[in-house]
Design a protein around this ligand. Structure first.
Ligand code: PGA
Length: 251
């Protein structure tokens, strides 16, 4: 099965009503795009984003691993769906670090989201010290192994994002051969965990993706799309990245 490219934006803690026009502009491009697109926005904006961009994939940035309960400040998968979200990010390094989320937490979140019917983008990635020690591949594959949901009934609803922590928001990007090596290793782990379905899971690259480097990154064979932070906030920055992904399939 050919994996359809996915370019998803991660708005992090950015976005209020005044930014809905950008979401609308981005969503209009999706009507004719030959790739999948999504924007993961702050929870407070999900419902309005869905109204501003009917038919477009709006997602959350985190979800709780339980269905409901005494979890002040947290959001369940059913709540995300109720607000109109179709997907959620889990295990972003900013949450793993600042909120102390373990691989086990991330696995529970992925399982809760998938069971509820959401799509999931599960993030993994190494720190700069791990990269410098030469242990990036073994560290990230181990992180994936212990963060993966127990099963996937529909591989098209599950994606992995390889996001080196040192590349996020820094303007630094790994070499294409380092991205290639990591994506191939992650693919091997997905196939080991899920059998043939593991070949249908998309592996996105994330970390300082922008218009100027997108074509090179999408040229790496096992890169199935991107998770984009800073360059997803404005249609003028995001849509050239979408075009680069589209160009990579039509080349
Ligand atoms: P960035 O963020 O594109 O701003 O580097 C990517 C991410 O954290 O998902």
């Amino acid at each position: 099965m050919e994996r359809r490219k996915l370019v998803a934006g991660n708005w992090k803690m950015h976005g209020v009503s005044a930014d809905l026009a950008e979401i609308t502009s981005i969503s209009l491009a999706a009507e004719t795009a030959d790739i999948d697109m999504a924007l993961c926005v702050p929870a407070t904006l999900i419902e309005r984003a869905v109204r501003a961009a009917p038919g477009f994939s709006i997602g959350g940035q985190d979800v709780h691993g339980s269905e409901k309960g005494a979890h002040t400040g947290c959001i369940s998968a059913a709540m995300l769906l109720d607000a109109g979200a179709r997907l959620t990010i889990v295990g972003h390094s900013e949450r793993r670090e600042a909120q102390g989320e373990s691989d086990g937490d991330v696995k529970a979140k992925a399982e809760a989201a998938l069971a509820a019917g959401l799509s999931v983008i599960l993030c993994v990635g190494e720190s700069d010290s791990v990269r410098e020690s030469g242990k990036a591949v073994e560290t990230v594959t181990a992180q994936l192994d212990s963060s993966l949901p127990g099963g996937i009934s529909d591989a098209s609803r599950f994606s992995v994002a390889y996001e080196p922590i040192w590349a996020i928001g820094t303007g630094k990007v790994p070499s294409t051969s380092d991205i290639d090596e990591m994506h191939a290793a992650l693919r091997g782990r997905l196939v080991a965990a899920f059998g043939e379905a593991g070949n249908n899971v998309r592996i996105l690259y994330g970390g300082s993706v922008k218009a100027s480097n997108a074509t090179e990154i999408f040229g790496v064979p096992d890169v199935d799309g991107a998770l984009v932070g800073g360059a997803s906030l404005k249609a003028a920055d995001f849509l050239p990245i979408v075009d680069a992904a589209s160009g990579s399939i039509n080349r």
